[in-house]
Design a protein around this ligand. Structure first.
Ligand SMILES: NC(=O)c1ccc[n+]([C@@H]2O[C@H](COP(=O)([O-])OP(=O)(O)OC[C@H]3O[C@@H](n4cnc5c(N)ncnc54)[C@H](OP(=O)(O)O)[C@@H]3O)[C@@H](O)[C@H]2O)c1
Length: 379
């Protein structure tokens, strides 16, 4: 069985889940961990994730990481740096990340060109993925469009009480929670956020054989009517405690594609908010397809889980998706940016039975033919 050497880059909420995923994945071997925090420098990866000792020691030294013999880096920092991703690619390591760029060719052509160049120099691949973007925003809706004929509108809605999400950067900077309206209006990440939602819109359009001809962004919010406790400190009264974003693309063929997020710091009753909005669900996702076939696909966590467990599992889905993508990204033809339109189906891996889904695989008696599709490459 082919195995792949993996480096974990950054061990925040998502990175720590990745570590857990890597050490239990039968095809993966952890060979390095890059951290930022002084406190984590020199610790065994097992200690970082609350598990058994691994013998892999965390380092802050980028050169040490670059020099490692590894197949793939799971790159999970905040903030992320395109130059850094390029250096990793040039060192001959595939990169998989929950950060942009999911489908950069239209929104971020310069980054797409830089990544493509570095992939070429390093003879490797780059793949950005996760839960949303990386699943809800494009992979799953595209899958369900295979059940449809005429498609008028596709809406992906994420609803989440975020109070237990412990990433300060994601909560306060990316999600814009706890800011005054004036601060939120000046948030430098606003444009980046819009591009991050437009990228999956572009990917869906391309998957449908079309392209986006107009984009629109809508944002409204509700303020806290009292201090609200969260994992990243108090969201003060009078600051944003619910953000409602919609990014909308219309394709040349008239399909409307909507990425919608309702991120809030309260329970569904919204008693801590200055006003209420109709929130379709406590937490989870809805993919809605309208056309001659009408579908609502709801993805939820079971009701016996408490809110902490739901948030933790939601973030684990991001991490495990990255981990499970490693063999496929390493085996995909090189070099280049691999989106969901280029990769075979990414599945979990529970055992050592060899399921090869790379091109050129031949069926053997010992291994039933489960080889996936050839790689269509639109880029
Ligand atoms: N696509 C998706 O579905 C999805 C979902 C969730 C998150 N994300 C993205 O995934 C990334 C990680 O999210 P998270 O929830 O794990 O965030 P997080 O808990 O804030 O972790 C970020 C990590 O980045 C490292 N870091 C600290 N200072 C840094 C700096 N100055 N420059 C670069 N990195 C620094 C730290 O690593 P150490 O602790 O090791 O020192 C920190 O733990 C974010 O970029 C987020 O936007 C994507």
């Amino acid at each position: 069985m082919e195995t792949y050497k993996v480096i974990q880059w950054a061990t925040g909420v998502v990175g720590t889940s990745c570590l857990k995923g890597v050490v239990r994945h039968p095809k993966l071997e952890l060979v390095g961990v890059k951290v930022y925090s002084d406190k984590k420098q020199g610790l065994d990866a097992g200690e970082l994730m609350g598990g058994d000792e691994t013998g892999v020691i965390a380092t802050r030294d980028i050169d040490e990481i670059l020099a490692l013999d590894a197949d793939c880096v799971l790159y999970c920092p905040l903030p992320w740096h395109t130059d850094e991703i390029c250096r990793l690619l040039e060192s001959g390591k595939h990169v998989i990340t929950p950060c942009p760029y999911y489908f950069p060719f239209i929104q971020n052509p310069e980054a797409a060109a830089a990544l493509t160049r570095s992939c070429k120099n390093g003879k490797v691949n780059f793949h950005a993925s996760g839960c949303n973007p990386g699943g809800i925003a494009e992979r799953f809706p595209l899958t369900f469009t295979g059940w449809c004929n005429r498609i008028d509108r596709i809406t992906m809605t994420e609803c989440g009480d975020c109070r237990t999400y412990s990433s300060e950067g994601v909560m306060r900077e990316l999600m814009n929670l706890g800011k005054t309206p004036a601060q939120a209006a000046k948030n430098k990440l606003k444009e980046m956020l819009a591009k991050s939602w437009n990228e999956p819109i572009d990917m869906i359009a391309e998957g449908l054989g079309s392209k986006v001809v107009s984009y629109e962004a809508k944002h409204d919010f509700i303020l806290a009517n009292q201090p609200i406790e969260t994992a990243v400190g108090i969201i003060e009264e009078g600051t944003i405690a619910l953000n409602h974003y919609q990014h909308i693309g219309i394709t040349a063929d008239g399909t409307e594609i909507i990425q919608e997020q309702i991120w809030y710091c309260d329970d569904i009753e919204q008693t801590r908010l200055q006003s209420k909005m109709e929130i379709p669900r406590q937490s989870g996702w809805r993919i809605k397809i309208e056309g001659d076939v009408n579908l609502n696909v709801d993805i939820d966590f079971p009701s016996h889980l408490n809110q902490d467990e739901r948030v933790a599992q939601g973030l684990s889905t991001t991490a495990f998706h990255l981990v499970n993508a490693v063999p496929l990204v390493c085996e995909a033809p090189t070099p280049g940016i691999k989106t969901f339109l280029d990769l075979p189906m990414i599945t979990g891996c529970m055992g050592t039975h060899v399921t090869e889904r790379s091109p050129g695989t031949t069926r053997t008696d010992a291994s039933p033919d489960r080889s996936g599709p050839a790689f269509p490459s639109p880029h």
